[in-house]
Design a protein around this ligand. Structure first.
Ligand SMILES: [Zn+2]
Ligand SMILES: [Zn+2]
Length: 64
């Protein structure tokens, strides 16, 4: 184990090592700078904490 994180479920540990361990959190809230490994987690954060839906915000980018 590289980071000392422990999980009771083996599948969670495997997921952690494959997806999270030693990697940067790339999904960052631009309002409060909180960061997440998964976009879905950021979406939930956006909707709960800021009452925004991330996909609505992201749609700005598609306007060329
Ligand atoms: Zn780890
Ligand atoms: Zn935030």
């Amino acid at each position: 184990m590289r980071c000392g994180k422990s999980y009771t479920m083996k599948c969670n540990l495997r997921r952690h090592q494959r997806v999270e361990c030693g990697k940067a959190k790339t999904n960052v809230c631009f309002i409060c700078k909180k960061s997440y490994y998964y976009r879905q987690e950021l979406n939930i954060h956006m909707s709960v904490k800021h009452r925004l839906l991330h996909n609505i915000l992201m749609s700005r980018r598609s306007v060329d």
